[in-house]
Design a protein around this ligand. Structure first.
Ligand code: NAI
Length: 446
């Protein structure tokens, strides 16, 4: 489902009129459907060195149509630019300008993906400059791509190579329709941990997952996506949302737990429910969140405290219980929902942005604690997502918020859910302490 304007200008007369008037021309994004090919069209792997060679061989083993050199005028599904051996900024010229000659051959909804190394992992200024340069380059290129095409990057830490499980997991995610609304973003693969799934359509088979705030909106979409991917679900929400929660639980053939997550014993209740009803607990998705917007000059204690309490303090308390529990020791995964407001800020949302900035800080410093149990913790930061919450924004403000990103449209709850499902899977086991924005590359703010 896309908004009506996007449907109108995606084809036929509407498309011609929008082009003539210079109006935004969002296209319907190619979103994942079970059984769909990973990407439509050949994949051009550019870059020299064994990293690029190994990656190309792996893509061939996935039955993709792989090119090591561009074929003039051939429509491409993706360009993968392997830049893992940069020694200084001058090394960028050749691979980048060679890739540039193929950009016009990219098909609608195609992908450009860089693979490079972490600037923070070197003490050599020239190497760091080149590596950090990839950041600016990719983010700018993503803003130049059109027709639903996206640009994203994979950053390899010292412990990872181009074919480490999570490098390949991230590559599959970025190539696929699962990342349709992720644009201009990087995932950092810190280690060789993780494992690609035996069945790519059921990467969460055998896992028990808890989703908070699952009665509606993004939380309900997360529950449905994790269920599609093979997980057994426990859906959590406040007692007042009990009816809606029961319906979601029924849809995903899971169990419902009516619980206010800000209760002191919430962590314990979640663990007990999952273990008693399903025998184990592998994944916790902290999605429940509230807004109580006011300019800071007019902010009262009640608004401030309720947002901090539900959006971050509750997550910290639940994580303490999880990390202390013997039932959360088998490659456990935690994924939290943050917000681009916590990165770029938003007028009237000091309390909310403090809580969501807090989520990102929490994720970073919890990563080493959960690594002890072979687990990972990450956050997803959504931008403008089409939900009941954003449908209530006045029309003009909503249109501006919706169009001001590289894809010129709002995301769907399912787009956030896809990113979460990936980070909750073992394919992302080598990614931890990271924040992935699902915002279509917001043009305003950070
Ligand atoms: P929503 O308001 O539609 O759903 C939130 C759910 O959380 C509700 O079912 C609510 O009952 C539940 N909840 C609230 N307090 C709770 C508590 N104390 N205990 C248990 N459950 C509780 O919100 P939406 O839009 O689906 O957002 C979900 C998450 O995504 C939130 O964390 C929100 O901050 C975040 N987000 C949403 C964006 C959007 O554009 N809709 C953008 C960025 C972030």
């Amino acid at each position: 489902m896309t908004d009506k304007y996007t449907q109108l200008v995606s084809r036929g007369l509407g498309k011609d009129i929008a082009r003539k008037l210079g109006l935004p021309q969002p296209v319907e994004l190619r979103r994942h459907k079970p059984g769909q090919p990973l990407i439509d069209g050949p994949v051009l792997v550019q870059g020299t060195g064994t990293g690029a060679e190994d990656l190309a061989s792996t893509l061939l083993s996935w039955n993709l149509d792989v090119r090591r050199h561009a074929v003039p005028k051939e429509r491409l599904g993706a360009i993968i630019l392997v830049l893992d051996g940069l020694t200084g900024p001058e090394d960028l010229e050749k691979p980048v300008l060679t890739a540039a000659t193929s950009l016009r051959d990219l098909a609608p909804n195609s992908r450009v993906i860089t693979v490079s190394r972490a600037a923070s992992d070197t003490t050599d200024p020239a190497v760091a400059a080149a590596r950090q340069g990839v950041d600016g380059l990719l983010r700018s290129l993503a803003k130049e791509l059109r027709a639903g095409a996206t640009g994203n990057g994979i950053i390899l830490g010292n412990g990872a190579g181009t074919t480490s499980p999570s490098s390949l997991g991230a590559l599959r995610f970025f190539l696929s329709g699962r990342s349709a609304f992720v644009d201009g973003q990087f995932l950092t693969v810190g280690s060789g941990a993780g494992q690609l799934p035996a069945d790519v359509e059921k990467p969460l088979a055998g896992k028990v997952a808890v989703v908070t705030g699952a009665a509606r909106g993004i939380g309900a979409a997360i529950a449905r996506t994790l269920h599609r991917d093979g997980a057994t679900l426990v859906v959590v929400d406040i007692p007042a949302a009990g009816d809606h929660l029961a319906k979601v639980a029924n849809d995903v053939r899971g169990t419902a737990l009516q619980l206010d997550i800000s209760r002191a014993d919430a962590g314990q209740r979640i663990i007990e429910h999952a273990v008693q009803r399903h025998g184990r607990l592998d994944i916790v998705i902290h999605n429940a969140g509230i807004t109580r917007d006011k300019l800071l000059a007019n902010m009262d204690q009640g608004r401030w405290n309720s947002v901090i309490n539900v959006n971050i303090a509750a997550q910290l308390r639940i994580n303490d219980a999880l990390l202390a529990s013997e039932h959360f020791r088998n490659s456990p995964r935690i994924v939290s929902v943050a917000s681009t407001s916590g990165i770029a800020g938003n007028r009237g949302q000091t309390n909310y942005a403090a809580s969501k900035g807090g989520v990102m800080g929490m994720v970073r410093s919890t990563a080493p604690l959960i690594a002890v149990h072979g687990g990972s913790i990450n956050a997803v930061a959504p931008g403008f997502i089409e939900t009941e919450m954003t449908a209530r924004i006045p029309f003009a403000t909503r249109e501006v918020a919706r169009r001001l990103n590289s894809l010129q449209q709002g995301g769907q709850p399912g787009d956030v859910a896809e990113a979460i499902a990936f980070l909750a899977s073992d394919a992302a086991g080598g990614i931890s302490g990271d924040v992935l924005r699902v915002c279509g590359q917001n043009l305003v703010g950070a």
